[in-house]
Write a protein that binds this ligand. Structure first.
Ligand code: ADP
Length: 554
């Protein structure tokens, strides 16, 4: 990857220098400019030689110069620079980047693109549709006025117009007029508004741009991954990249996925606590599991009931259903299975009142011990042994300092803080960045970032064993935001786009291990920066651009 980046960089530099020629400095055709400078150059050379001969004949010292001599010398230098700029640089470039190589480079790039993406050269009609700038018509103006006056509800624009892009443009204009605030800077063009309808976002007026950086290659389970991270935090990608480098140089990381089940826990109520306890016995009796799973599984080809765990609170029962969900993150799937099972149970327990399909014992998007202890989504442990010299050279610290800092910060410090699943340095940084890039639900970062980072000196204290254990990685490669163009491109980069037809669920499981592997890299790098006392320095370098610093000073 680095190689290709270097290649494109040198190509870009060549492009820049070849597009800016010395002849561009004068607003004349190239041949006239060249003729002019040639004439000037040879004239001043002739003049200077004559002056030189004259001085020798008259025994005048050569360093005694007149005004005309100075003017001639300045003109000589100027025209010389021009001629070297025009011919010299072009000549050197032709040696460094032979034209054939450039053509070959171009050809390879086009070939590579077209191999990966059929018809890459010709934009698809969809691309044209989203690239097209919407021009608001007189009819649209009427609709905007109606929205501003409240005669047409903003949410109804898509169904009324049948054109999602136009609906977004009209809503945006109406919003600007209603609020009197400009949305300049929030792009409208460039998003396929059809693809978010009824799935990702209601009442769109544009989209926020978040840069995507690449960390890697991450060498995990003997495969290399370029990890896309969407973030606006300077230093994060660079730091994760450094962790990847240390892992790579040490032979790679290994992961194990030891649990795969999404959960949903409805709350049901009875007339007595005794009845609530009876339902708990019924649901947790292994003899009833087969019947219950038949009912649960009937609503999906992929959702498979794994276990049921109940918690009693007086007359109320919280039933935590866990089910595997194929390549989907699975909230919809598990909810459908739960609904089926509740319908079935209401026949067996007619006095049961369903108070809510979610009773927070699930527990979705909230810090909760049940997730940390029981797991939610995919549970993954990932480890690596980093050789001592790599710790010194790449991470700029030593094994003993890392082990001590991990004990004091990630274990003891987090215990002192009363942490819940937060026994790590910054797992959520990496989790959120990958989640946003790959179309996961960023709110699930809360439990997905539960992580305990362990560090131990091994091989007689020479090397470092590092691991991250993450019991709640909630990811999918189908459904939700994963189908949007940019998010889907990031999944494609990791080789986990969409549903895995041969082995349903293996794309989502692989993505979960990549998340854990990237967290391992992030933990290694940040812990090393803290151990080496580099944290503030590197953040000042990457988080404070010159512009910011200038602003602060002024
Ligand atoms: P979620 O349950 O994560 O909210 P959705 O219900 O939005 O996800 O998306 C899952 C949908 O994708 C279901 O309709 C399911 O049948 C379909 N699907 C197709 N292939 C797969 C697969 N390999 N794994 C899981 N779901 C799949």
């Amino acid at each position: 990857m680095e190689g290709s980046l270097r290649q494109s960089k040198s190509k870009a530099t060549a492009d820049e220098s070849s597009s800016l020629k010395a002849s561009d400095t004068v607003p004349l055709p190239v041949y006239l400019t060249n003729a002019f400078f040639f004439t000037v150059f040879f004239s001043v050379v002739y003049f200077l030689l004559l002056r030189w001969r004259e001085k020798i004949r008259n025994s005048t010292p050569l360093h005694v110069v007149s005004l005309s001599d100075i003017a001639a010398m300045v003109t000589f230098v100027g025209s010389f620079i021009y001629l070297v700029g025009f011919f010299g640089i072009g000549f050197v470039q032709s040696i460094i980047i032979p034209e054939d190589d450039e053509d070959e480079f171009e050809r390879l790039m086009v070939k590579e693109d077209s191999e990966k993406l059929p018809c890459a050269a010709a934009p698809k009609s969809d691309d044209l549709k989203i690239a097209k700038k919407i021009e608001l018509t007189a009819d649209d103006e009427e609709i905007i006025k109606s929205v501003v006056e409240g005669k047409i509800p903003s949410y109804a624009l898509e169904s009324k117009l049948g054109d999602c892009h136009r609906a977004a443009a009209i809503r945006r204009e109406a919003l600007q007029r209603i609020t009197g605030k400009s949305l300049e800077g929030l792009p409208l063009e460039g998003l396929d508004y059809e693809s978010i309808l009824g799935q990702c976002c209601e009442m769109p007026v544009g989209y926020v741009q978040i840069p995507v950086g690449i960390a890697g290659p991450l060498l995990l389970d003997e495969c290399e991954y370029s990890v896309p991270m969407a973030t606006t935090e300077g230093c994060l990608v660079a730091s994760t990249n450094r962790g990847c480098k240390a892992i790579y140089a040490s032979g790679g990381a290994t992961s194990s996925l030891y649990r795969d089940a999404m959960t949903r826990a409805p709350v049901v109520r009875f007339g007595s606590a005794k009845r609530a306890a009876e339902l708990k016995h019924f649901l947790e009796d292994p003899l009833n599991f087969e019947t219950l799973s038949l009912v649960f599984n009937s609503s999906s080809r992929f959702g498979r009931l794994q276990s049921i765990k109940c918690a009693v609170a007086g007359k109320n029962l919280y039933i935590r259903f866990s089910c595997s969900t194929g390549d989907a993150m699975g909230m919809n799937m598990v909810s459908k299975g739960v609904q089926n099972t509740l319908d079935f149970l209401s026949n067996q327990f007619p006095d049961m009142d369903v108070m809510g399909i979610s009773g927070n014992y699930c527990s979705d998007k909230k810090p909760a011990a049940v997730n940390w202890i029981e797991g939610r989504g995919k549970s993954v442990v990932c480890e690596a042994v980093i050789q001592g010299d790599i710790v010194n050279k790449v991470l700029k610290t030593d094994v003993a300092s890392l082990v001590e800092l991990n004990m004091l910060k990630n274990l003891t410090g987090s215990a002192v803080a009363g942490a819940l699943g937060g026994f790590n340095a910054h797992a959520s940084n990496i989790v959120s960045a990958i989640y946003i890039a790959t179309g996961q639900d960023p709110a699930q970062n809360i439990e997905s970032s539960h992580c305990i980072t362990m560090m131990e000196a091994v091989n007689d204290g020479k090397d470092l064993h590092v691991s991250v254990t993450m019991p709640c990685i909630e990811v999918g490669t189908v459904g939700g935001g994963t189908q949007l163009a940019s998010q889907s491109a990031c999944l494609n980069l990791l080789g986990v786009k969409g549903a895995n037809k041969e082995a349903p669920g293996s794309n989502a499981r692989l993505l979960a291990t990549i998340v854990a592997g990237s967290v391992l890299a992030g933990e290694l790098s940040l812990m090393s920066a803290i151990a080496a006392g580099q944290l503030v320095k590197s953040h000042m370098k990457y988080n404070r651009s010159n512009k910011d610093v200038a602003n602060i000073k002024s």
